[in-house]
Structure formats: structure tokens, C-alpha cells
Write a protein that binds this ligand. Structure first.
Ligand SMILES: [Zn+2]
Length: 324
């Protein structure tokens, strides 16, 4: 009985010890498994990995670029082709190629840059562009900013014909009457509008009334600083056709435009000729001027083309009356 009783007492003890031992073993197992699992999941490095992923710039290991920078001429042709395709209404590749064939420049031949101010004007600018297209020539238009929204068709056609768009202020303002900040606004607005609408960067500024301050004046200094900032040049002219004079009809405009040397001794080769796309008589004169000068071996180029092919070259902030 005693032993039985003792045994009875001992059994629960053993059972308890056994259970405790098993629990301990189980706990150890869990800890070990958790530790092993912890090793495999290793969350920290995975989280940290993205911080290392931003690729270092390729520059340090990049080999020298195999393709050279495009020349100014290559950039010119590529820009024109972009607008020929975008706005030229070319039905096929042959039409694009035919248009591009008219864009070539022979640096050895005589050049003249005709410029038209104050437009675009309804009914007039289109006729100038008809002549431009008919003969495959190029001219420059110094536009007024407040004409942009109502004349997008003409502007697109100018670009698709390889013509250049220049800045003639937003409201045809005499910039000598403006403060530096007003000047920035009045000129900058035109650049921005043309860039936003057509992706085109204007490089030329022609001051209304050809007033841009004397050398050393506050106006001139402010303007030159703006031109340098915006990579633009100030464009005066070699010769005016006087097409705004009431006494000048189409024939007089024509006679003046095609003079080899004017009364001031200014030659035609390398010259920048001032006209306005405002009146029918200028359109009529231009229709006679183009074939006459082509016949004499002149190339009609834009102002930027004329400057880039001159000895002077194009320089931001410079004032040009002709190409030397
Ligand atoms: Zn003007």
C-alpha cells in the first residue's frame, strides 16, 4: 500500500517533470527554428538594397562619344526638315526631299537677306510666302507678338519654307522708353509665345523704329545683357527699301532693292534689306525682285544664315547692319 501510495505520489511528479522537459525541448526547438528562419528572411538587407540601386552616372566609365557634335549647318537642315514635315503638307517623302533640296547654301556665291517687319498681316504675308515658295528662296520675318495668335497659319508656313522668325517686340514698342524689366517682358513674351506654340527658338531681335539706345546708354546695356542671356543678336539693316514711304510705289521699291550699290556705297552682297509685310506694293515689288536677283546669281538666305556664313559669324549681343 505504502509503496503504491508512494508510487502514486511519485507519478504525478514524474509526469510534471516530463512535461516540463518536453516543453523546454519544444521551446528550444522553436527558438532554434525561429533563429534559423530569421537568418533566411534577413529583412534588413532587402530593405536597404534599394538605397544602393540608384545607378551612378555613366560618365566616369563612358567611352568618348563616337559621334561628333552636329555642325551648325547640320542643325540648320535638321531643324528645317522638322518643320517641313510638321507643317509643310508634304504628301510623301519625295515632296519632303524636293523641299529640302531648295534649302542648300553655296558659301561661295553672293547672298542677300530680305527682312519683313511688323507682320504677319492678313492677305499680305501669304503673298510674300507664295513668292518665297515659288522660287525656293528664304527670307526673315520680324514679327509683332500680338499678331501670333491670329496668324498661326502664316507662321507655320514660314517655318515649313525654311524662313526665319525674328522678334520685333510684342506691341511694336520703342524700347528706349522702357525700363530694363519692361524690356525683358516686351521682348521675352514674343520668344516664349513662339517657343511654346511651335518649339522654335528666336535668335534675332529688330528694335522697332531701329531705336535701341546709343552705345553705353542704359537702354543699350540692358538690351545687350538680355541678348547675351537669350543667345540673340540685334539686327539693324544695310538698306531700307523705303516701302513705307507714300511716294514709293512697287517700281521704286524694286529699283531701290536691286541696286548693286546704294547712295551710301552699300553693296548688295552680304546685305540685310529692310521691307515690311504690310502693303500690296511691297508684295508686287518682291515678285519682281526675286527673279531679278536670282538671275544675277544671288542666293536669298535668312539673316542667321547670312551671319553664320560671314567672316564675323553670329555672336549673341552683337549689333549687325550687314554681314562682313
Ligand atoms: Zn516695325
Amino acid at each position: 500500500m505504502n509503496t503504491r501510495k508512494k508510487r502514486k505520489i511519485k507519478d504525478p511528479l514524474r509526469f510534471a517533470v516530463g512535461v516540463a522537459l518536453m516543453a523546454l525541448v519544444l521551446l528550444i526547438c522553436i527558438v532554434v527554428i525561429a533563429a534559423i528562419a530569421g537568418c533566411f528572411t534577413a529583412p534588413e538587407p532587402v530593405v536597404e538594397a534599394p538605397e544602393e540601386t540608384p545607378m551612378p552616372t555613366a560618365a566616369p566609365t563612358a567611352s568618348p562619344s563616337p559621334t561628333p557634335e552636329p555642325t551648325w549647318e547640320e542643325q540648320r537642315l535638321s531643324s528645317i526638315e522638322h518643320y517641313v514635315r510638321a507643317y509643310g503638307n508634304c504628301p510623301d517623302e519625295a515632296a519632303v526631299e524636293a523641299r529640302m533640296a531648295t534649302m542648300a547654301i553655296d558659301p561661295e556665291r553672293k547672298m542677300v537677306a530680305f527682312t519683313f517687319d511688323d507682320g504677319p498681316r492678313t492677305g499680305i504675308t501669304t503673298q510674300i510666302l507664295d513668292t518665297v515658295e515659288q522660287y525656293g528662296v528664304r527670307v526673315t520675318f520680324f514679327i509683332k507678338g500680338d499678331n501670333i495668335a491670329s496668324h498661326e497659319e502664316e507662321l507655320m508656313r514660314m517655318l515649313s519654307l525654311g524662313c526665319e522668325i525674328g522678334n520685333h517686340t510684342w506691341m511694336h514698342t520703342n524700347i528706349e522708353e522702357l525700363s530694363a524689366s519692361e524690356m525683358r517682358e516686351e521682348i521675352g513674351k514674343v520668344n516664349d509665345a513662339i517657343r511654346d506654340r511651335f518649339g522654335y527658338s528666336i535668335r534675332l531681335f529688330r528694335p522697332p523704329y531701329i531705336k535701341y539706345g546709343d552705345k553705353g546708354s542704359e537702354t543699350r546695356n540692358s538690351l545687350v545683357a538680355l541678348m547675351e542671356e537669350w543667345n540673340m543678336a540685334i539686327i539693324n539693316h544695310t538698306r531700307s527699301t523705303h516701302d513705307t514711304y507714300s511716294s514709293y510705289n512697287a517700281e521704286k521699291i524694286y529699283n531701290r532693292a536691286v541696286l548693286e550699290t546704294d547712295e551710301l556705297g552699300k553693296g548688295l552682297d552680304g546685305s540685310i534689306i529692310l521691307c515690311h509685310d504690310k502693303q500690296q506694293k511691297t508684295v508686287d515689288a518682291f515678285k519682281m525682285i526675286v527673279p531679278a536677283l536670282l538671275e544675277r546669281g544671288y542666293q536669298f538666305v535668312t539673316v542667321s544664315e547670312l551671319l553664320h556664313y560671314s567672316d564675323d559669324g553670329f555672336h549673341a549681343g552683337w549689333v549687325y547692319s550687314s554681314a562682313n
